[in-house]
Design a binder for this molecule. Structure first.
Ligand code: 5GP
Ligand code: ZN
Length: 136
């Protein structure tokens, strides 16, 4: 499964070079070209899935296991102080490359990066209403 116009398919296929950290039959892990911190990497399934909604269940399980393995290796080697997993789906969520990927972001004390959001102020009734929308 490949999309000829997809930059990550081209990377997986070797048509565009990348700094690869890991490869198996189903995944490549590469360094991000525009890293947030030293070691910022991306897990790419070799098959083209646009986002989490298209990712099959077995691949979703495998990607988290691989993220854990990479987090341990990278934390050990880079001596980072923390670690973020980030995964964007859809333009509204900041996705810019529409081939599923999981960001592996080593964090260092005082690295100056922020991955945050502005907190909404919701009443208990509003929270209850949202809970109902999602669960009923
Ligand atoms: P998104 O915003 O879709 O979650 O993340 C896309 C990521 O892909 C960005 O962090 C960006 O720096 C990275 N990226 C975009 N093009 C390339 C590329 O050609 N090579 C590599 N290694 N990373 C890329
Ligand atoms: Zn692709």
């Amino acid at each position: 499964m490949r999309d000829d116009n997809c930059i990550f398919c081209k990377i997986v296929n070797g048509d565009i070079p990348s700094k690869m950290l890991y490869e198996d039959g189903e995944f490549k892990v590469i360094l991000d070209l525009g890293p947030a911190t030293k070691g910022h990497a991306l897990i790419l399934p070799k098959n083209h899935y646009r986002n989490l909604y298209e990712l099959p269940d077995d691949m979703a399980s495998k990607v988290m296991l691989l993220a854990k393995k990479m987090a341990f290796q990278m934390t050990d080697k880079l001596e980072c102080d923390g670690f973020n997993l980030v995964q964007n789906n859809g333009e509204a969520a900041g996705q810019t490359v529409f081939h599923f990927h999981l960001h592996l972001i080593p964090r260092y004390n005082g690295d100056g990066q922020t991955l945050g959001w502005k907190e909404l102020e919701l009443t208990a009734d509003e929270l209850e209403e949202i809970k109902k929308i999602i669960t009923e």
